[in-house]
Design a protein around this ligand. Structure first.
Ligand SMILES: Cc1ncc(COP(=O)(O)O)c(C=O)c1O
Length: 398
């Protein structure tokens, strides 16, 4: 019977041995075989990328991680999915597997801060140069491509400022120029956007966010096509990247309700945005909500849904009053990460400044000095309560 992906997420495996509705958590280093011949046959199967239910050694994963790989393969329509201990590990895995000294990488200027840092600082140590392009200008991307460009790394929409890019134009250009492409799809998840179908070679998600959904697990998923599979597998196996069985179990558990949670995040976000757009203290809402905007059109062109993370731009003479606003919120936690059940708020420092070594600042930043970007994650609470909290908090802004 042909099933929708939402049904598939409820029924990926049963544990036949224990008769549980969930897969077992297999913690293993040694995997036992009946004979040397069986071990050799199994190794050959893995080498040929045939479907297996276990690996030959715990470093490569366990039955639990294979279960998660299979679910994500289906969700991403991927040739293979590599699992890592954190999302960040997935980004590092892609760069370290495919880029070599003398190469250049082109990175959208609005990527998650540490992605910028690894591209710029760590890659520099290996004589790999990162160039950052303006996410609002395809021309800028085009002009920055050189004979040395090995990879284009896009995050869509970009962290904190939520620009949407014309994704098919990027993959078409990269294919012509024989450049690898990676999309950080943590915001949309493969439920709302399938990067590999759009021609990206790699689709990355921080599984820490919506996949797990409960702010209690970390992981990364790098879904790939056949073209890049061997090179990434080579590096993956030798560098010891891995996800634990316990973490994989929690992420499988989260994925069962991914569709239901995302619909609710999205519904709540629309209600909260309807309130926020009437507030005079908010200059702009960085979320695809205005049908006349370029970002909305680009979102609509590619996505089948929108999730719960966005930013508001607050114009204020006093940064301290914006901080007071964030501090005063009772239902929005102050903290990194997002994609869990709970609402979060954080003031983002995005302007280039020497002090801000961690994020290294934006090269393309369109907001004025008295404009502040506050990122909100809308959780699964009653949106009426969230609105009341925000209403109270906004009074603090001067
Ligand atoms: C867009 C995006 N990509 C990647 C990551 C890294 O994921 P992790 O925190 O799981 O390492 C994050 C984390 O916040 C993120 O927001």
């Amino acid at each position: 019977m042909k099933k929708s992906i939402n049904t598939f997420l409820k029924h990926p495996t049963k544990d036949n041995a224990n008769r549980s509705a969930n897969p077992p958590v297999t913690r293993a280093s040694t995997i036992l075989f009946d004979s040397m011949q069986e071990m050799y046959r199994h190794e050959l199967k893995i080498k040929k990328h045939q479907k297996v239910s276990h690996y030959t050694y715990g470093r490569y994963g366990s039955t639990t991680t294979i279960e998660l790989e299979n679910i994500l393969k289906e969700l991403e329509q991927a040739y293979h999915v590599f699992l890592t201990g954190t999302g960040f590990g997935g980004i590092a895995l892609a760069l370290m597997s495919l880029c070599r000294p003398g190469d250049e990488i082109l990175v959208s200027d609005n990527v998650y801060g540490p992605t910028k840092e690894i591209s710029k600082e760590l890659m520099h140590e290996f004589n790999i140069k990162a160039k950052f392009y303006d996410p609002d200008s395809f021309k800028d991307l085009q002009q920055k491509i050189s004979k040395k460009t090995k990879m284009i790394l896009v995050e869509n929409p970009g962290s904190n400022t939520f620009e949407f890019q014309d994704l098919s134009k990027i993959t078409a250009l990269a294919k012509r120029k024989k450049i690898y492409t990676l999309l950080d799809n943590t915001w949309g998840t493969p439920l709302y956007l399938k990067p590999l179908k759009l021609g990206f070679d790699m689709s990355f998600c921080s599984a820490t966010k919506y996949f797990s959904g409960h702010s209690d697990a970390m992981g990364g998923s790098l879904a790939v096509n056949k073209k890049v599979f061997r090179k990434i597998m080579f590096f993956y196996k030798l560098s010891g990247y891995r996800m634990s069985a316990d973490e994989a179990y929690l992420i499988i558990r989260g994925l069962r309700t991914l569709d239901t949670r995302l619909s609710k995040h999205s519904e709540n976000t629309k209600i909260v945005i309807n309130f926020l757009k009437k507030q005079k203290k908010i200059k702009e809402i960085l979320y695809p909500h205005n049908p006349n905007s370029k970002n909305y059109k680009l979102w609509k062109k590619y996505y089948s849904g929108a999730t719960g993370l966005f930013s508001i731009v607050i114009k204020s003479k006093k940064k301290s009053s914006v901080i007071k606003f964030v501090n005063s919120l009772e239902l929005f936690g102050i903290g990194y990460s997002w994609g869990g059940f709970e609402s979060l708020a954080i003031l983002q420092e995005l302007k280039s400044s020497k002090k801000d070594e961690y994020l290294k600042g934006r090269q393309f930043y369109r907001f004025d000095n008295d404009e502040y970007v506050v990122r909100l994650h809308i959780g699964l609470e009653d949106p009426k309560d969230l609105i009341n909290d925000l209403k109270k908090g906004l009074k603090k802004i001067k």
